[in-house]
Design a protein around this ligand. Structure first.
Ligand code: NAD
Length: 364
């Protein structure tokens, strides 16, 4: 018997196709009257669509400067814009960067949030803001319910434009949440079930998305599976503690400014291999979930590596621009503050993990 404690985060999730028109009612349900729409500069058209759908009576305007790692100056400008427009809620339309801006605004102002995710990053389902700004170049996370979006609206149509490389890396980012949830010290059967469902959905969808003809039914169906998987994996991220893989990725993103989803994609098979001897049951479950997705999986880390390679994803830290001489510093930070992890955190072994990931070799 496995004893467990389960804490569910409150979540209202609307999932489907053509769900955007429901946002107006969701704003009213929250008791709000004026929404500021958040986007990156690249996704202004999607923001304008949402603004049009909610109409001038509920729409305050757009703030379109969301960017990676939630820099403080951008957040402060967005807060000023929200105050100037008398907004009482925000709608973040985009990936983890835009969701992160919505959370940073909520942290400072208490404004309600509707998240409309368009990648598979999963930030919308977690109460973890990224606070890169308070600690120099070291990226830290803190958990506070103040930042949890009140409503998540998934519209699969918005994910159709996600470019192939970002689709793959963002999908692996989601799988990473599920993998670490399965071997988390506070894992529980409910989240385990979601994690395995999420892994299968994404592992099945990624090759289908890459190989389906444009505008085909199979593409739409694979995109729907991937978005569902993203929700399932994001829920895992929000529900239980993450370990080594996320710690390394935060280090590489926060201190060495490596791109978020690409870094997750390169590191995941290596972090899994590091933990595999201490998480044998989890690795068996992952192999089985990958087989359910139609993949030939012998070892879980090897199968994830093969999937990324077969879809032309990033394979090494070297190709992401990491300098080899920085691997020691990264190993120091990743082994610095102890945190729960299946395998003991040994600095020299972590250095080897990073070196293998830098070289891009296939883990055992
Ligand atoms: P992103 O949000 O930075 O998006 C990358 C680019 O893709 C942006 O230009 C964006 O506009 C564009 N894009 C997004 N969706 C698109 C679509 N459907 N079609 C076309 N273009 C699209 O990337 P991301 O990987 O989703 O998010 C990364 C950020 O999220 C990082 O800062 C990371 O730290 C944060 N994050 C936080 C958590 C958390 O729990 N707090 C979880 C995951 C990620």
């Amino acid at each position: 018997m496995k004893s467990f404690t389960y804490n569910a985060l409150p979540a209202r999730v609307i999932f489907g196709s053509d769900t955007l028109p429901q946002i107006a009612q969701e704003i009213k349900n929250l008791g709000c009257t004026k929404a500021l729409v958040l986007t990156t500069p690249q996704q202004i058209p999607e923001g304008e669509l949402v603004l049009k759908l909610i109409g001038p009576e509920l729409g305050a305007g757009i703030y379109s400067e969301a960017t990676m790692h939630t820099p403080t100056d951008i957040t402060e400008k967005a807060v000023a814009r929200a105050q100037e427009l008398k907004a009482d809620c925000v709608i973040s339309v985009g990936g983890g960067s835009t969701t992160g801006l919505g959370k940073a605004i909520a942290l400072r102002t208490g404004l309600k949030q509707i998240a409309v995710p368009t990648t598979y990053a999963g930030s919308e389902a977690s109460a973890t803001p990224i606070i890169g700004e308070t600690s120099g170049s070291v990226k830290k996370t803190q958990k506070t319910m103040k930042v949890l979006p009140n409503v998540i609206v998934y519209d699969v149509k918005l994910s159709l434009t996600l470019p192939p490389r970002m689709t793959l890396t963002s999908g692996v980012n989601a799988v990473a949440h599920a993998v670490e949830a399965l071997y988390s010290t506070d894992s529980n059967p409910i989240i385990d079930g979601l994690a395995l469902q999420g892994i299968t959905a994404i592992a099945r969808a990624l090759p289908q998305i890459m190989h389906s003809p444009p505008d085909s039914e199979s593409l739409f169906s694979a995109r729907s599976d991937a978005l569902f998987g993203a929700w399932a994996c994001g829920t895992c991220l929000g529900a239980v503690g993450m370990s080594l893989h996320h710690k390394i990725c935060h280090t590489l993103g926060g201190t060495f400014n490596l791109p978020h989803a690409d870094t997750h994609t390169v590191i995941l098979p290596h972090a899994m291999a590091y933990n595999a001897p201490y998480a044998k049951e989890t690795m068996k479950q992952i192999v089985s979930a990958l087989k359910d997705a139609g993949l030939a999986a012998e070892s879980a880390p090897g199968a994830v590596w093969d999937l990324v390679k077969s879809l032309d994803g990033p394979m090494s830290l070297r190709e992401l621009g990491m300098r080899e001489e920085d691997l020691d510093k990264a190993a120091d930070i990743a082994s610095g503050n102890p945190y729960p992890n299946p395998a003991p955190l040994e600095r020299d072994k972590l250095k080897k993990l990073l070196q293998d990931a830098w070289n891009g070799i296939r883990p055992e």
